[in-house]
Design a protein around this ligand. Structure first.
Ligand code: ATP
Ligand code: MG
Length: 401
C-alpha cells in the first residue's frame, strides 16, 4: 500500500471572498511549477475548497517536502483512496496511522457522504479503531486531543483516508500581493526581509549594488546564491546588478565622511526607484531594523527616505536580531550570508558615520556635487540576471560587468 495523493488545505486564503478563485489559481500554478521541477507524474487538482496533488507513483514524502515550501497552504495530509470495503478501509487507516511513528494517541472520524454504504459512521469508527489498537503497541484512543486524527470519507466513488496533518508554509500565494524591489545586500537581514514579503504574497525582484574592484565577484555571487535560495519559494527572481563604483568613489571624494553613508543610501534609493519604475514595481523593500547599526536610526531613515516617495517597506524594522537570525537559519540563507566576502558598504564604511543625520545637511552636501550623470549611468548599465531555484547562475554571472 502507498499514499496516492496529498490533500491541501489553504486556511487564510479561504476567507478571501470574491478573490478566492484568483488565489486558488495562483496557488495551483505555484504547485504545478514547483512540482514539475522535480517530478514528472504529479498532477494538481482543485476540488471545492481544497486541492489534491495526485502522486501517480512519485515518492510521497519528497513531494510533501516540496509542497511544504509553497506559500498559501495551511496544512497538508497524505491521502489514500480505497474501495468502499471494510477490510480495505481498515488496512488503509492502519497504514496511514503508521506514517506518524511518534503518535501515541489517535481518534477515527468517519463521514459517510454515500448513505447507501452498509456500515454506519459510528460503527466504522469502532471497527477501524479496534483494528489499529490490535495492530500497534502502547497506542490508545483519545477523542479530545489525539496526536493523530484519522479521517475517513466514504464518498460515492470510493473511500478516502487521511491521517496526520503536516504544517504548510502559511502566508499567501506569491503574486497575489503585487511586486516589490528587494534591496538585497549580502548580509543576514535583507534575505529575511525578502522571505517575509514573499510569504505575504509578494513577487520579488532584487537589486544589488556592486562596486568592483572594491567588492569581489564572490560577493556578487553570494547575492545571487541568496536570491537562488529565495527563488525556491517562487520559481525565479530577477536580480538587477547595479555598477555602483563611480557613485561610491564620488561620494567618498566629495562628501564629508560623516555623511557619506547617508548620501550613499540616498543614491541607492534613487537608483532603486528608477529601476522599480522601469519594471512597473510599486515599492522597495529593505532589511533595515531599528537600532542595529548607524544607518538604522529614526533620523537616518528619515534622511534616506526623503529622496523617494515610493513606499519603502521594512519588514524587520521592529524585530530583534536573534529572531531575524533564527529565521535566516530556517530558510537556509544564514550560512550564505555569513560567508566573509564584503559587500560594497563595508569597504567604504566611514569610521564615524553620523547616527543622527538630517535631511537638510544631506541635501546641502549633495548640492555641492553633481551626481546626475553617475546616477543615469548606473541605471543604464544595470544588468538583470534571472535566478532560478538551485541554479547557481554562474554562466550569466560571467557575462556581467
Ligand atoms: P543586511 O544584513 O541586509 O546587509 P545590514 O544590517 O548590514 O543589513 P545595512 O548595511 O545598513 O544593514 O543595510 C541596510 C539595508 O540596505 C540592507 O538590509 C539592504 O536592504 C540595503 N543594502 C545595503 N547594502 C546594499 C547593497 N550593496 N545592495 C543592495 N541593497 C543594499
Ligand atoms: Mg549589510
Amino acid at each position: 500500500m502507498k499514499f496516492d495523493s496529498i490533500l491541501i488545505r489553504y486556511g487564510e486564503m479561504a476567507i478571501k471572498g470574491k478573490n478566492r478563485k484568483y488565489f486558488e489559481r495562483k496557488l495551483q500554478d505555484h504547485l504545478i511549477k514547483k512540482l514539475s521541477q522535480q517530478f514528472t507524474h504529479t498532477r494538481v487538482r482543485k476540488q471545492r475548497d481544497r486541492m489534491y496533488v495526485l502522486l501517480n507513483g512519485e515518492d510521497p514524502h519528497k513531494v510533501m517536502q516540496e509542497c511544504q515550501q509553497v506559500f498559501g497552504i495551511h496544512t497538508l495530509s497524505f491521502a489514500i483512496k480505497v474501495e468502499k470495503e471494510e477490510q480495505a478501509i481498515k488496512d488503509a487507516a492502519l497504514y496511514a496511522f503508521n506514517d506518524a511513528p511518534e503518535a501515541k494517541t489517535f481518534k477515527v472520524s468517519c463521514r459517510r457522504a454515500d448513505k447507501t454504504f452498509s456500515i454506519g459512521s459510528q460503527d466504522l469508527n469502532y471497527k477501524v479503531g479496534g483494528h489499529i489498537l490490535a495492530n500497534t503497541e502502547s497506542v490508545t484512543v483519545d477523542v479530545h486531543h489525539p496526536d493523530v486524527e484519522i479521517k475517513i470519507e466514504v464518498r460515492n466513488d470510493a473511500a478516502y483516508i487521511t491521517a496526520q496533518d503536516y504544517p504548510g508554509a502559511g502566508g499567501l500565494p506569491i503574486g497575489t500581493s503585487g511586486q516589490s524591489l528587494l534591496m538585497l545586500s549580502g548580509g543576514i537581514d535583507s534575505p529575511v526581509a525578502g522571505y517575509l514579503m514573499m510569504k505575504r504574497g509578494v513577487q520579488l525582484e532584487a537589486i544589488h549594488f556592486h562596486s568592483p574592484p572594491f567588492t569581489s565577484d564572490r560577493a556578487k555571487q553570494k547575492v545571487l546564491d541568496l536570491a537562488a535560495e529565495l527563488a525556491k519559494y517562487g520559481h525565479r527572481i530577477n536580480v538587477h546588478i547595479v555598477p555602483f563604483t563611480a557613485l561610491q568613489q564620488k561620494i567618498h571624494n566629495e562628501i564629508p565622511e560623516g555623511y557619506s553613508m547617508t548620501v550613499m543610501r540616498r543614491m541607492m534609493m534613487r537608483v532603486s526607484e528608477k529601476i522599480a519604475a522601469e519594471r512597473n514595481i510599486l515599492s522597495m523593500t529593505t532589511g533595515e531594523s531599528l537600532g542595529q547599526v548607524a544607518s538604522q536610526t529614526m533620523e537616518s531613515m528619515n534622511a534616506i527616505n526623503e529622496v523617494t516617495n515610493y513606499p519603502v517597506i521594512r519588514p524587520l524594522v521592529a524585530m530583534d536580531k536573534l529572531d531575524i537570525i533564527s529565521i535566516s537559519k530556517r530558510i537556509n540563507t544564514y550560512s550564505i550570508s555569513t560567508l566573509p566576502y564584503e559587500d560594497c558598504c563595508t569597504i567604504f564604511v566611514p569610521k564615524a558615520p553620523k547616527t543622527k543625520p538630517t535631511r537638510e545637511n544631506a541635501r546641502y552636501y549633495e548640492s555641492n556635487v553633481d551626481f546626475d550623470e553617475e546616477i543615469i549611468e548606473a541605471v543604464r548599465e544595470t544588468k538583470m540576471v534571472e535566478v532560478r531555484a538551485d541554479e547557481k547562475a554562474e554562466k550569466e554571472f560571467e557575462d556581467l560587468l
